[in-house]
Design a protein around this ligand. Structure first.
Ligand SMILES: *Cc1c(COP(=O)(O)O)cnc(C)c1O
Length: 503
């Protein structure tokens, strides 16, 4: 069943411990001008002693970093069904576009007249994103989904203040993403959690019972983190608006909606996109993100500054900093511009029909997983899911004593990134699988076969599962100790695998 390479594993020192004094990767011609004294020009800013940089040859440095890049699991090498994170394949045409000289070499301090093309791309992307979600305006500035949430909540607070009100509560269902309450707290608002209904979605009656004059907003992730569509949103939005509060929509999961449903039509007032999820800009590993916010006219005055202004004339696009009601700046310059180029390239390549087809396939693939592994890992909710499915290994756990973590680690031996585990908290033994639309049926079938094989192993050879992974460079880590006592220096490979002391 397993295809693909497992061989050629390298152990090596960190780059700072490699090489030899005087070794170098560049050869320059001898200086033919007088040497300058940096102290004279830069004073206290000049470095007194040389930087302690590694002294290595070009092949050493190239191989070191190429090998490091291969230690990483990546979407370009394997299936990565990490639920909630939308690890879908990023088309290479996006990279081509982002690397075009005219985009890649823009400098943020250039006068606006010299980067009209860049500003035009941003203006066009704002318009495309507004269209996709059916809202009036977009600001591209926030640098991540969570920062988009923060921007939206700051705008909501500013909106209420402009009406002479200071409501403090934000209602958040238990199926929300963890960043939602965090964004509230960061913005001086109080997150008020409430349970969703037995069917996994929000019950409007519960919202009606919670909402009061101190409610600033409700924050809704749709589809929610258990992969279900919030069917009662229009009713809930109306109820919230009638009390003078606003509806925040967490739009990170837009890959389940785009082309099929528009958050603006469901009564959302402000929402964030995760361009690094739905719109195929690479993410993970702490790389840059882009979390634009979309909002209605009523919230427009409060949007982050600067705002792209369109006008007629030779410089048609400019940045407007004169925004007296703005929540201010969230990010240096205009945000992560390279991500915007990638998202723009993706949207233009796909077109409206393509985006709709992506949504349909994402939902189809998740339901295919749900149907094919259901015998061993039943879905947590008895309903069609959206772009991701939550299954539970509760039964296998009960029969065999195997833990969710053991199953996740064993998947690595089969060449798959584990799905998100132990989340959402409302489902015991949760595994949150998001196949995304970019995977073929063959790949998904291989994954399902691996999951089934693991279910067999759990019964027949549970110890093998507890040791997994065994085909990786490093065996199972004690994750708690790794976080509390990180070992940042290289030391010779540990021959006997350290066993986990706990989860
Ligand atoms: C990923 C995600 C976020 C946070 O986005 P970041 O870009 O990681 O800050 C928020 N909400 C949901 C539903 C998500 O899936």
């Amino acid at each position: 069943m397993f295809e693909g390479a497992r061989g050629f594993q390298f152990h090596e020192k960190s780059i700072f411990e490699s090489g030899a004094p005087g070794r170098t990767g560049v050869s320059l011609a001898p200086l033919d001008v007088p040497a300058v004294n940096p102290k004279k020009h830069f004073g206290a800013f000049a470095r007194g002693v040389p930087a302690a940089l590694p002294e290595v040859s070009e092949p050493e440095v190239t191989r070191h970093f190429v090998r490091l890049s291969q230690y990483n699991f990546s979407i370009d090498t394997q299936f990565y069904p990490l639920g909630s994170c939308t690890m879908k394949f990023n088309p290479k045409v996006n990279e081509w576009a982002a690397r075009l000289r005219g985009f890649a070499q823009l400098h943020p301090y250039m006068p606006e007249s010299m980067w009209q093309g860049g500003l035009e791309l941003m203006a066009r992307l704002e318009d495309l994103l507004s269209d996709i979600v059916g809202m009036d305006h977009v600001s591209l500035q926030p640098a991540a989904g969570a920062q988009g949430e923060l921007a939206g909540l700051m705008m909501i607070r500013a909106y209420h203040q402009s009406k002479g009100r200071t409501p403090k509560k934000v209602l958040i269902p238990d199926t929300a993403h963890g960043t939602n309450p965090a964004s509230c707290a960061l913005n001086g608002l109080t997150a008020v959690p409430f349970p969703s209904g037995d069917d996994g979605i929000i019950d409007p009656a519960r919202v009606a019972a919670m909402i009061d004059d101190d409610t600033a907003a409700i924050m809704i992730t749709n589809p929610n983190t258990i992969g279900l569509f919030e069917r009662h949103l229009p009713t809930i939005s109306k109820m919230v608006h009638d009390r003078g509060a606003l509806v925040y929509g967490d739009g990170a999961n837009l890959n389940a909606l785009m082309g099929r449903a528009r958050p603006g039509d469901l009564g959302i007032d402000v929402m964030q996109f995760n361009l690094h999820k739905t719109f195929t800009t690479p993410h993970g590993g702490g790389g840059p993100g882009c979390g634009p916010v979309a909002f209605t006219k009523a919230l427009e005055p409060f949007q982050p500054s600067p705002v792209i202004r369109r006008s007629d004339g030779p410089s048609r696009y400019s940045l407007d900093y004169n925004r007296p009601h703005s929540i201010g700046r969230l990010r240096s310059f205009v945000g992560n511009f390279g991500m915007m180029v990638r998202a723009y390239a993706y949207i233009r390549e796909m077109g409206a029909e393509g985006l709709k087809a992506a949504t349909d396939l994402a939902v189809l693939n998740a339901n295919y997983v749900r149907a094919t592994i259901g015998d061993d890992y039943p879905a947590a909710f008895d309903a069609l899911c959206m772009h991701e499915v939550i299954v539970s290994d509760k039964r296998i756990q009960k029969e065999t004593g195997i833990k969710t973590l053991d199953i996740a680690k064993r998947l690595i031996d089969f060449g798959f990134h584990p799905p998100t585990v132990y989340f959402p908290l409302v489902v015991p033994g949760a595994m949150m699988i998001e196949p995304t639309e970019t995977e073929s049926k063959e790949t998904i079938d291989q994954f399902v076969a691996a999951m089934k094989q693991i279910a067999v192993e759990a019964r027949e050879n549970p110890d093998k599962l507890r040791e997994a992974p065994t085909t990786t460079r490093i065996a199972r880590l004690d994750e708690a100790r790794a976080a509390r006592k990180p070992r940042l220096r290289w030391s010779p490979p540990v021959v006997e695998a350290e066993t986990a002391a706990g989860e």
